[in-house]
Write a protein that binds this ligand. Structure first.
Ligand code: AMP
Length: 133
């Protein structure tokens, strides 16, 4: 079944487009964390981050950087969160790769809701050994 983003790309449902080229689309998120919350969406369906070729990812990040500058310049936001929810366990609702660019303001009271944890003694080195690329 087509994702919501495929329907938008195909023009089957409306969206507020900020930018479009041959490989991606930028739209406003319909349920924004803050007004101006934008989504950089690949036109080809890659369900998640790992499926996406690096040249496409690089272009998506290039455009996300322009969106970030636009949000700062036009809305006067103090910062942005630039994020990819990667897989259902991370909160990804739509299995079609997209980058969120979310305006943030000093003391806006928003948070990701993450609770941080701690390593036991010596455990950070073990994780380092396990994960070193
Ligand atoms: P994610 O949880 O990372 O998959 O994010 C999906 C995002 O798509 C959510 O922030 C939704 O608010 C947004 N969204 C869902 N449907 C639409 C739509 N029709 N137009 C714009 N944004 C949408």
């Amino acid at each position: 079944m087509a994702t919501v983003f495929e329907m938008i790309i195909n023009g089957d449902i409306p969206s507020t487009k900020l930018y479009e080229d041959e490989s991606l689309l930028v739209i406003l998120d319909i349920n924004p964390v803050a007004k101006g919350h934008s989504l950089v969406i690949s036109k080809t369906v890659y369900p998640n981050f790992t499926d996406c070729p690096v040249d496409v990812l690089a272009h998506m990040m290039e455009v996300a950087q322009k969106v970030d500058l636009q949000l700062r310049g036009k809305l006067g936001c103090d910062g942005t969160n630039i994020m990819i929810n990667n897989g259902p366990a991370s909160g990804q609702e739509i299995p079609h790769l997209h980058i969120h660019v979310i305006p943030r303001y000093k003391d806006d009271g928003q948070s990701f809701g993450f609770t941080k944890t701690k390593y036991d003694d010596g455990e950070i080195a073990q994780y380092g050994d396990l994960l070193r690329l």
